[in-house]
Design a protein around this ligand. Structure first.
Ligand SMILES: [Cu+2]
Length: 47
């Protein structure tokens, strides 16, 4: 799965996905946003 999604501070965003397989899916910040950008990572774990 590969997609881009823009979020704006102060707003709620909903992204609906239907995982096709269990696994760990990484999330990275795709836009240089300032100090700490390189540490802006996350993950979705599908069991
Ligand atoms: Cu960033």
């Amino acid at each position: 799965m590969n997609m881009n999604f823009q979020v704006v501070p102060g707003y709620d965003h909903v992204l609906t996905i239907t995982p096709q397989a269990p696994g760990t899916y990484p999330i990275v910040c795709n836009e240089f946003c300032g100090i700490g950008h390189q540490n802006m990572v996350g993950k979705i774990i599908v069991e």
